[in-house]
Write a protein that binds this ligand. Structure first.
Ligand SMILES: Cc1cc2nc3c(=O)[nH]c(=O)nc-3n(C[C@H](O)[C@H](O)[C@H](O)COP(=O)(O)O)c2cc1C
Length: 321
């Protein structure tokens, strides 16, 4: 019988070791210390900051968040303090976070991404960079970088050249026909790890005003509503690409309970992100890690690797349409 304390939850993302596979999702717990009194960071696998851009951004006008039946719609618009203030004011505080820190990087042009990534790669408090490719490319008509595999390739290759020390994670947008195309482009361009998924473009309507609820009109949907779609995407990218390429996946989208995290691991994720659920319970990562430990011990398993990618699917063609 394996005891709970005999289970070792450690996993690796690139060269970064995590004490548990449960991490925070970018944009859902600020720069870190805002949550310090509410979250036990020693029980978090890794902390992911909100997106950092070259210039400070105020973000979109309010209202920029609305609750939906099974999720949250947000159009924050990448509000953040910008690269210089982040390095001066926020990085010194990161020393107090007792788990690896990944900084999420965003930009409007490839040069912006590259400049932000190059500077952050020199900061020793930072273990990894997560490149958010959901941003609109202002030089190429405003379409998101992440929806065009060629743009993904150009962007990731440019960032790859300047990131020498940090583990390079690329975070995919799910707003595409086939998630495998940008995933493959990112891996071929040098991503060491993939995060999936970001939010789904959505709309909420005020039926009295006949207007969109959000000032930005559309927003990104997160929370329980997106979990099955996110799971499918992780399964597809794992089986068609990452399993053979040896690239770890950080799976996210609607994770709230231990069972959700276990599903993502079975689908092929090495680590699992918690975002929207942090607004309900900031200590969700610690609770989920303990639930995962219990699940593994009860099945005489000693490490997450025993279930990662272990989803059993019938042979193709064995079921009727
Ligand atoms: C309020 C809010 C802000 C977010 N901000 C960012 C961000 O700045 N950068 C980013 O890459 N993802 C951002 N996300 C997306 C999350 O990191 C995550 O990919 C998504 O919400 C799915 O996970 P969840 O369902 O657990 O929230 C944000 C999500 C929410 C709800």
């Amino acid at each position: 019988m394996v005891k709970k304390q005999d289970v070792d939850l450690q996993v690796k993302l690139g060269s970064v070791g995590l004490a548990t596979p449960i991490v925070t999702c970018s944009g859902t717990s600020g720069y870190g210390l805002e949550y310090a009194e509410l979250t036990d960071f020693s029980a978090v696998g890794a902390f992911f900051t909100k997106s950092i851009t070259l210039e400070e951004r105020k973000g979109n006008p309010p209202p920029r968040v609305v609750e939906t039946r099974a999720g949250l719609l947000n159009a924050i618009g990448l509000a953040n303090v910008g690269l210089e203030r982040f390095i001066k004011e926020k990085v010194p505080q990161l020393k107090q976070i007792p788990c690896p820190v990944f900084v999420n990087v965003a930009g409007r042009t490839i040069d912006e991404y590259r400049e932000v990534a190059e500077r952050l790669d020199e900061v020793e408090e930072i273990s990894g960079l997560e490149v958010n490719i959901s941003c609109p490319n202002v030089q190429e008509g405003g379409m998101s970088f992440g929806t065009d595999a060629r743009e993904v390739s150009r962007l990731v290759s440019a960032v790859r050249q300047v990131v020498k020390r940090c583990t390079l994670v690329v975070k995919l947008t799910p707003n595409v026909t086939d998630i495998l195309e940008p995933a493959r482009a990112a891996v071929e361009a040098g991503a060491q790890c993939l995060s999936l998924v970001n939010t789904f473009t959505s709309l909420a309507i005020d039926i009295e005003q006949h207007k969109p609820v959000l000032a930005n009109v559309t927003g990104g949907l997160s929370g329980p509503a997106i979990k099955p779609i996110a799971l499918y995407m992780v399964h597809r990218v794992y089986t068609e690409l990452c399993r053979d390429a040896g690239i770890p996946i950080i799976g996210m989208g609607g994770v709230q309970f231990g069972t959700d995290a276990i599903e993502f691991l079975l689908a092929g994720a090495t680590a699992v992100g918690v975002g929207t659920a942090l607004f309900v319970e900031p200590n969700t990562p610690k609770i989920l890690a303990e639930e995962l430990r219990g699940y593994l011990a009860e099945r005489d398993m000693t490490a997450p690797v025993a279930i990662i990618g272990k989803l059993q699917v019938p042979e193709k063609g064995s079921s009727e349409l």
